[in-house]
Design a protein around this ligand. Structure first.
Ligand code: AMP
Ligand code: MG
Length: 404
């Protein structure tokens, strides 16, 4: 029996478990989910450090202004600053350098003049200025990044700061794509009038590449029960997620539902009350291997990939169920009609109105209309109970990209 899209996602999220963890060199870790907490390996900053280019002085010497101090040396970022600043003296100091013993204040170079070995501070300066104190940002052992976070560029920078060259991250899923259809030809092949170019394969590869999923195999499978079973068995033996397109409906040559059963996989649901993409099938094989069968129409593939498949892949990668499908709530920029009585997943584009961002429905001729889909940047949800939603009404919008 067909179920609601909400129920379908509920079933998927209860079946998908995060994959195991591996250590990755930091240069390969970007985009992975952390499988460990990342802690400060030393105080941050590790010593009192200058935040300015100028002169390091003792606050006790800042009595009246202008005041003159004797220049006794220089500390640049990276120099170990072993010498001490005696009373009545200063050293030149550069941004990021440790303040030398005896100095607790940095005077900006712009407030001073230099004449031989004499530095004159022309304007009043407050004590202790322009020094970042040891441990001011974090103490050794503090958790800076928690397990479960996705390593974005800033988080990669944090790992480098604390000397974590090989963070423990979640393995990313291995993915197999099986495009079923007797009519299908690869993009590089010539096509006869009764044949169709396989657009779903490259479309899915691009969706997966945009999310950083790089372990993807792809093959075309003719409409043949034995070939479908063989391909499905091989795919699920090797992959964490097998995605099929086509052959999932009730037509004479739709072999996917029976093939799923034939390899011993457990069908968790078949058919969703949504448009497009009604005959979606979800099955599991073994502990954490997943099969999703999508209808062959390219727009159904585009929609279902974002509504169900990518969120499941993010969860396999270690993202929490709540973060795996980040819906936006936005006003409609134009009306949208629905006649299906099912939940309508309509293509939409984010436009910037004077009042802020809004979703403009993108006209589509039907579920084969991949051309219209190329103008969209996500899907909006029209509830099954509504035949029309006017401009201004709030809708759930799922952007193609998880982070805008
Ligand atoms: P099916 O779900 O197998 O009945 O296919 C539905 C429609 O989608 C048919 O018109 C197919 O030719 C088309 N189709 C199926 N697979 C693909 C594909 N990989 N690329 C482009 N069109 C496809
Ligand atoms: Mg087919």
């Amino acid at each position: 029996m067909a179920i609601s899209p909400r129920k379908a996602w509920g079933i998927i999220r209860s079946c998908v478990k995060p994959l195991g963890s591996v250590r990755k060199p930091l240069s390969d870790a970007f985009g992975h989910c952390l499988a460990q907490d990342v802690r400060a390996d030393r105080d941050m900053p590790p010593a009192d450090r200058s935040a300015m280019d100028g002169y390091a002085v003792g606050a006790a010497d800042l009595t009246g202004f202008p005041c003159s101090l004797r220049l006794v040396g220089e500390v640049a970022a990276g120099s170990s600053a072993t010498s001490e600043v005696p009373p009545g003296c200063c050293t030149s100091i550069l941004t990021g350098a440790n303040t030398p013993a005896g100095a607790d204040t940095v005077v900006k170079i712009e407030l001073t003049s230099l004449d031989g070995e004499t530095v004159t501070i022309r304007e009043p300066v407050k004590p202790f200025m322009n020094v970042r104190k040891r441990g001011e940002e974090a103490r050794r052992g503090d958790v800076l990044l928690a397990a479960g976070m996705v390593l974005d560029p800033a988080a990669v920078g944090v790992c480098a700061t604390v000397g974590l060259a090989g963070p423990k991250v979640r393995r990313r899923p291995r993915i197999a794509l099986l495009c079923t259809g007797e009519e299908l030809r690869d993009v590089s092949q010539s096509v006869k009038p009764h044949q169709t170019r396989n657009s779903n394969g490259p479309l899915m590869e691009a969706i997966l590449a945009r999310e950083g999923f790089d372990s993807v195999t792809h093959e075309i499978v003719p409409d043949d029960p034995k070939l479908t079973i063989d391909a499905l068995r091989r795919a699920t033996d090797a992959a964490d997620m097998t995605i099929l397109t086509g052959g999932v409906s009730v037509g004479k040559y739709d072999y996917v539902p029976d093939s799923v059963r034939a390899i011993g996989a457990k069908t968790r649901f078949y058919k969703i009350r949504m448009k497009p993409g009604k005959p979606v099938l979800y099955a599991t094989r073994g502990r954490n291997s997943h099969i999703i069968g999508l209808p062959g129409n390219p727009v159904s593939v585009l929609t279902s990939m974002h509504v169900f498949v990518l969120p499941a892949l993010r969860m396999l990668s270690g993202v929490s169920a709540d973060d795996a499908r980040p819906m936006l709530r936005l006003p409609l920029a134009g009306k949208v009609k629905s006649r299906s009585g099912r939940v309508y997943m309509a293509l939409g584009r984010i436009v910037n109105k004077r009042s802020g961002p809004a979703v403009q429905p993108v006209g589509s001729m039907g579920s084969a209309d991949i051309y219209a889909a190329s103008f969209a940047d996500g899907v909006l949800t029209v509830p099954a109970s509504k035949t029309e939603m006017p401009a201004g009404e709030m809708v759930d919008f799922l952007p193609w990209r998880a982070s805008l």
